[in-house]
Write a protein that binds this ligand. Structure first.
Ligand code: DGY
Length: 319
């Protein structure tokens, strides 16, 4: 079953080998078909829908879920492990694009790009802008990277090598500083990263350990006037605490590509907050990268259904 829109040629590749049901469970009119097809499904391919134990229990034949995402927080990992279901994801192919997005968030928040562009669009540019609309430099600022995996390291490279920014990072795992960042990036504790950074970028995966990590205490530990950007998962942030930190003036600004609930609720204060630049989860959303993700996910699905090993299976051994 294909549970998200896919390029026609890739769908065609799957159809030549298997019986395919296409059903998007996020659409009320397709949900009954999705539920029915689960029963006979050997494989699922798609993304952006929570497949928990209750849903998957309806799928007794399931061998593989091929997620068109690098994040695997939509899946009940312990349940998949217990059932012996292979979970595939798409690391690698989206690293650089997502790092571009995170860097765009950094620049957007610091230089107030969206706000100032809207100033022009709204017809308010009637005289030279004054200090009240100035932004803040990005180059030379200290960047804190929380989560030094592929994407965190790619953000750090842009910062250190392109913008002359000292980088301080924290990662729960024993990640080594790559040779390209030697002398530019230093490891520190979570608290130290918060205390030393002018800009903090969140690039951690969502897990039981990271859910709600950025809470009131964490925001209070950031430098006064610091900027916060999130390109990973919204649920790592206590959004109420972020709003408080912005309202109190402790934080200068935030740029957010992800939210605890997506699409962002119309009544969320983050949607219209004057110090927040929100984006609709565009991390990997370029034509080239979404295509590469769909191709990799298709390859993973077909290989596992063919009895072969996946190119990029998620390691469930620690789940
Ligand atoms: C991912 O791959 O996990 C991204 O969040 C999807 O854009």
């Amino acid at each position: 079953m294909v549970f998200r829109k896919m390029p026609d040629d890739l769908l065609g590749r799957i159809r030549t080998l298997h019986d395919v049901t296409v059903a998007d469970p996020r659409r009320a009119d397709e949900l009954p078909r999705f539920r029915e097809a689960l029963h006979d499904a050997d494989g699922l391919i798609g993304s952006s829908f929570r497949l928990d134990a209750e849903v998957l229990a309806r799928s007794p034949r399931l061998q593989v879920i091929s997620s068109i995402s690098v994040g695997v927080d939509n899946y009940d990992l312990a349940y998949l492990k217990q059932r012996g279901i292979t979970l595939c994801h798409t690391p690698g192919v989206l690293t650089e694009t997502t790092a571009d997005t995170v860097f765009a968030l950094i620049i957007a928040a610091s230089r107030r790009l969206v706000e100032l562009s809207n100033h022009v669009r709204d017809g308010q540019w009637t005289r030279n802008i004054g200090e009240d609309l100035f932004g803040w430099d990005v180059h030379g600022k200290t960047l804190g990277v929380l989560g030094f995996g592929r994407i965190g390291q790619a953000v750090a490279r842009r910062a250190a090598l392109g913008f002359g920014m000292p980088v301080v990072f924290h990662d729960p795992f024993d990640v080594q500083v790559p040779a390209s960042l030697a002398g530019h990036a230093v490891r520190a504790s979570f608290d130290e990263v918060l205390a030393r950074s002018d800009i903090v970028a969140l690039t951690l995966p969502l897990s039981d350990e990271t859910r709600g990590l950025m809470d009131a205490k964490a925001f209070a530990s950031m430098k006064a006037g610091a900027i916060f950007v999130n390109g990973s998962r919204g649920a790592i942030v206590r959004e109420d605490a972020l709003v408080d930190a912005l309202d109190s003036g402790h934080l200068r600004a935030a740029a957010l590509d992800v939210f605890a609930v997506e699409p962002l609720a119309q009544d969320s204060p983050l949607r219209t907050h004057p110090k927040v630049t929100p984006f609709p989860h565009i991390g990997s959303a370029t034509h080239e990268t979404r295509r590469a993700m769909a191709e990799l996910a298709t390859d993973n699905l077909l290989r596992v259904l063919d009895g072969d090993t996946a190119i990029s299976a998620f390691d469930l051994s620690k789940a």
